[in-house]
Design a protein around this ligand. Structure first.
Ligand SMILES: NC(=O)c1ccc[n+]([C@@H]2O[C@H](COP(=O)([O-])OP(=O)(O)OC[C@H]3O[C@@H](n4cnc5c(N)ncnc54)[C@H](OP(=O)(O)O)[C@@H]3O)[C@@H](O)[C@H]2O)c1
Length: 344
């Protein structure tokens, strides 16, 4: 392949945003594909993931954060996220054959030049991109390594329609949960969660006090909390938790997607007495830091669950790289379901 002569289209940060992230903060630019060295492969990307965490990195003054696999962005920087594509050129020492389907971390561009050692070769060419790029594995790792589900438990998943949440609710059921409750923002999403994802009840933010909604949704209390949101949703679920309840904290969307200012500070008021008297356990968990070895286990487990027809991989797909900034805007605004992918 004459890599240098191939025009690449990449999505770059046009300017920082402290408030809402809009498509106009990004620009799709044409540039040359970098020259690969002998250890590199050139990948024609087919899908890449769009993550709301990008918002933290698009703030002015953003710094690298351990546990968040994206670098801080400056105007002119190309965005990055997990991607799947086909190897169209292979350096002599890259160790990856031309034609291989690989997963790597340089999405948001049509062609990526990646070290062969930083690619994961996918065995099957007919793979569902949502199984690999989605957050099923994050949810699976959190629900097997971060917290234990006991048979018949009532489980509450905040942001239950999101990339992690849409998988966590389904996985909790397969691991033995008796009642699964989720949270979302709109009646439309709540209906989808109940009918498609099997949630027994859904509470909606902005629809009255969460604590009252949760008491109605979980009349026998909550045993396991899978929290992606923080704020009122976390404090209300702890107030409704049972003795011995376990809580795994995965994200803080209230802070990350605050409409005025994305921030890494996510203060929340919790009733310490409740936690002590109920003997509760609260654990922060990062799948990539605490359980990166769970990825293969997830791929095998989801294949088995898919064969049984007991799980689905919810996904919103945008087609074409020019749609990618809009995909991020819509994801941050809460208008999408499941993992968000761009197909090229
Ligand atoms: N610990 C880990 O290993 C790990 C890995 C990846 C990501 N994360 C973190 O986990 C969290 C969830 O990630 P995700 O990719 O699954 O995100 P997500 O749930 O898909 O996030 C988008 C959703 O957030 C909700 N939302 C939007 N604005 C909100 C606000 N102001 N307050 C509360 N919710 C709001 C909306 O859902 P509704 O409209 O349904 O409310 C929206 O659809 C993030 O904080 C992310 O950084 C953790």
């Amino acid at each position: 392949m004459a890599a240098r002569s191939t025009i690449n289209r990449e999505v770059k940060l046009a300017r920082h945003s402290t408030a809402e992230l809009l498509a106009e903060h990004f620009a799709v630019k044409e540039c040359d594909v970098p020259t690969p060295c002998q250890d590199d492969v050139v990948v024609r990307n087919r899908w890449f993931r769009v993550s709301v965490s990008t918002r933290l990195m698009a703030r002015e003054g953003a710094e690298a954060i351990e546990g968040i696999p994206f670098p801080p962005l400056r105007p002119g920087d190309t965005l990055a996220d997990a991607a799947i594509g086909e190897v169209i050129h292979s350096g002599s020492t890259s160790g990856v054959a031309v034609g291989s389907l690989v997963m790597h971390s340089l999405g948001w561009r049509e062609f990526a030049v990646v070290r062969g050692s930083e690619c994961t070769v996918l065995e099957s060419r007919n793979t569902d991109p949502a199984a690999f790029l989605g957050h099923g594995w994050t949810a699976y790792a959190a629900l097997t390594q971060g917290v234990q589900i006991h048979q018949g438990d009532t489980v509450f998943v905040s942001s239950g329609a999101g990339a992690i949440g849409s998988m966590a609710g389904q996985i909790a059921r397969q691991l033995g949960a008796g009642r699964v409750i989720g949270s979302t923002s709109t009646p439309d999403k709540a209906h989808w969660m109940a009918t498609e994802l099997g949630y027994d009840a859904v509470v909606t933010r902005g629809n009255g006090p969460l604590i009252d909604q949760l008491k109605r949704a979980a009349p026998d209390g909550i045993d396991v909390i899978v929290d992606m949101v923080g704020g009122e949703q976390l404090s209300a679920s702890i107030a409704v938790a049972n003795e011995g309840a376990r809580c795994v904290l995965l994200g803080a969307l209230t802070a990350e997607l605050d409409s005025k200012r994305a921030t890494l500070q996510a203060p929340v008021e919790l009733d310490g007495f409740q936690i002590i008297l109920k003997g509760m356990t609260l654990r922060g968990f990062s799948a990539s830091e605490d359980a990166s070895d769970m990825f293969d286990a997830w791929i095998h487990q989801q294949e088995a669950w898919q064969r049984e027809g007991v799980i689905q991989l919810p996904c919103t797909i945008f087609k074409g790289i020019e749609q990618a900034p809009l995909a991020l805007q819509e994801a941050c605004a809460g208008r999408l379901k499941g993992v968000v992918l761009v197909e090229l």
